[in-house]
Ligand binder design. Sequence first.
Ligand SMILES: Nc1ncnc2c1ncn2[C@@H]1O[C@H](COP(=O)(O)OP(=O)(O)OP(=O)(O)O)[C@@H](O)[C@H]1O
Ligand SMILES: C[C@@](O)(CCO)CC(=O)[O-]
Ligand SMILES: [Mg+2]
Length: 338
Amino acid sequence: MTVCEAPGKVYLFGEHAVVYGEPAVPAAIERRATVTAEPREDDHVRVEAEDLSLDGFTVEYAGGTGDRPDVDVPTPLVEAAMGYVDAAVEQARDAADAPDAGFDITVESDIPLGAGLGSSAAVVVAGIDAATRALGEPLDRRELADRAYQAEYEVQDGQASRADTFCSTMGGAVRVEGDDCEPIDAPNLPFVVGFDGGAGDTGELVAGVRALREEHGFAADTVESIGDLVRTGEDLLADADPAEPPEPELLAELGELMDFNHGLLTALGVSGRSLDAMVWAARDAGAHGAKLTGAGGGGCIVALDESDATETALSFTQGCEEAFRAELATEGVRVVEP
Ligand SMILES: Nc1ncnc2c1ncn2[C@@H]1O[C@H](COP(=O)(O)OP(=O)(O)OP(=O)(O)O)[C@@H](O)[C@H]1O
Ligand SMILES: C[C@@](O)(CCO)CC(=O)[O-]
Ligand SMILES: [Mg+2]
């Protein structure tokens, strides 16, 4: 039995625009998905994923795509729910050159699903790592990140960047621009997350932005403007001492960029009422800045505040189900049981 766990992430800035080649800076946070992989004698895959919105269920299916899992719920629901785990298993089989490998897989996660904290990437990264290790073919981190990206790319119909999967694999803060992915030195930033209890479908939201961008020049310009503000933010981070707590001026300037980034994401149609309400509650409480994180629609916002004021204000905000401080996960995917 092999167990691996991988972190979720928040976007300091750059989500959505990163899909079109602009840079983005996500940072891994200490909320993790844990995947257990146990090789089987046959070529079946049995998945236990208690957190899925189908209310906790177990499915078993044979290898290869197109197989109908043995479970009493409509096929599209199962496919939507199982897509990422399935894609991770396929990547592991391919990497280990073991097309008929079967597994018992268990997924446990403290990352809310579809909420912008990268639950899909964490499940895919931990899943591929656990399954390849269980087959005796561990991957180096770059290959793991690449295969995790391929898995997200397939499930999201070709609409995914490398940002979430690279960040979850490496941990810390990273910079992603097209195929170019690098860890960056960044000071430990005081992230506060507000979660509205809802979710957005990443594939659908990305498709919406793509359509807007193709239809309107000003929407394409908005995407480019996000890239410009990310480059400004990167310069700020590069000038900071990663070993020291962030200076107040740095927090103020990063916060301003986050506020701007939220405005541009709103213009692209990916915010929502409860996300906006949480962003304003954070700003009113004195946060340096606040924005939605991830694909949007519903889910989470991230704010910068070293005091407790934002977390407290969010916990009293209508529409906010949970508020918490998100610690930077300096370590990416890791082995819990080899
Ligand atoms: N604990 C889990 N068990 C099984 N599958 C999971 C789990 N967590 C996430 N997933 C898979 O990931 C999907 C959610 O991925 P999606 O990309 O829509 O959201 P996200 O990754 O949480 O947010 P974002 O991509 O905006 O950061 C779920 O529908 C499910 O298929
Ligand atoms: C919306 C998006 O930019 C981030 C989702 O966490 C999609 C992606 O990068 O694949
Ligand atoms: Mg995702």
